[in-house]
Design a protein around this ligand. Structure first.
Ligand code: SAH
Length: 349
């Protein structure tokens, strides 16, 4: 069976041609899928024969709300979606003044192993398909009734570790006959897979690249991000410089502030050194406490910020949203899995 929503417009056109259908059918099907049609029956402007053929050869992904939490504090909505194969994935809708933003996942689980992150605790289960990544934007908009204008690929998973599906997703979500979300309204966050950053730069997309730096020295970074043993700080900054040269887009660096680990004045100064000569913006993130982790949030966030700014580096502190609903970093899926485990254990008793 074909996962039809993962097809690009060009692939759909080709498929229609092979099936002896007129080319405009591709556009009709694309539009239905990107409006959130969940069954081919709904596509009433297609011939009955074509609908039947689609039914027999293709399927449409349609995630189901497994859990939904709405923050009483700031209106953040967190979804746990159940996918076709029973796996669950998280999406968060953040309501900023400049527009509604969805934070979407790119994989089920993650294999990067960062010491502060809940998403990686159970390892990688599988990659998401382009349609499953798109569905998070589409069905969050449909379910919430709130128009979505911005996307951040900062949910569960490492987007550049699922490169092809993520690129395909970007093509789909950007398409004028689909959700038509502009590249400048999309951010992609990576732990710093440098070859993939180079590969992405090649496409010269106007999206914002965010790099999870979290430490300016290899010793600290390798301790909290195992990926640094393969792609060290120097390699990451080199790749970011090339990215800027290729795309003209300023890279943004994420820096989760961890008590006594990466929040010293020396580390702030070292970060300033790295950023000399390459335009970049630092986003300081107050560490979200994760039950299973020993790391604690830093108490030096504003001192660190001031030290960067006084040396000419722009640094903002990310506002915390949805903290009453576990709206961060794989926490809901984690809770859900733990709930299932304890159910399984009690069943065994
Ligand atoms: N794999 C990608 C995107 C997902 S994580 C990446 O590494 O960038 C999105 C951001 O949240 C990353 O910067 C990640 O390091 C950060 N993050 C993960 N756990 C966190 C926590 N407990 N507190 C604060 N930020 C966290």
């Amino acid at each position: 069976m074909i996962d039809l929503k993962s097809n690009t417009m060009e692939e759909l056109k080709q498929r229609m041609e092979e099936w002896g259908e007129p080319a405009f059918r591709a556009k009709q099907i694309f539009q239905w899928m990107h409006k959130g049609a969940t069954r081919f029956e709904e596509m009433t402007n297609l011939s009955k024969a074509l609908r039947e053929k689609l039914e027999q050869t293709c399927y449409l992904t349609a995630p189901v709300v497994e859990r939904k939490q709405v923050s009483q504090q700031d209106g953040t909505i967190k979804y746990l979606w159940r996918l076709r194969d029973g796996n669950c994935v998280e999406t968060v809708l953040l309501r900023y003044q400049y527009g509604n933003t969805v934070c979407i996942s790119s994989q089920i689980g993650c294999r990067m192993g960062c010491a502060f992150c809940a998403s990686t605790l159970g390892g990688l289960v599988r990659n998401l398909s382009a349609s499953e990544i798109l569905d998070q934007v589409l069905f969050t908009q449909i379910d919430s009734g709130l128009p979505i204008s911005n996307i951040v690929l900062m949910g569960i998973g490492e987007p550049l570790d699922n490169f092809d599906a993520v690129m395909r997703f970007l093509t789909l979500v950007n398409h004028p006959d689909g959700m038509n979300i502009g590249m400048r309204h999309i951010s992609l966050s990576t732990c710093g897979l440098t070859e993939k950053i180079d590969k992405l730069a090649h496409y010269r997309l106007q999206l914002t690249l965010s790099v999870s730096l979290h430490a300016p020295d290899d010793e600290t970074r390798s301790r909290i991000m195992p990926v640094n043993r393969n792609y060290g700080v120097q390699a990451v900054f080199d790749a970011c410089r090339r990215y800027f040269v290729q795309t003209g887009r300023r890279v943004s660096y994420e820096y989760a502030m961890i008590d006594g680990v990466n929040d010293s004045d020396e580390q702030a100064d070292l970060l300033v050194q790295w950023l000399k000569g390459t335009p970049g913006h630092v986003n300081l993130i107050p560490l979200n406490y994760v039950e299973e982790r020993e790391l604690k949030p830093s108490r030096r966030v504003s001192a660190f910020q001031k030290r960067l700014e006084s040396q000419g580096v722009t640094a903002t502190v990310r506002r915390k949203l949805g903290s009453d609903i576990d709206a961060s970093c794989g926490q809901l899926r984690r809770k859900h899995l733990k709930g299932q485990e304890s159910k399984a254990i009690s069943r065994m008793d």
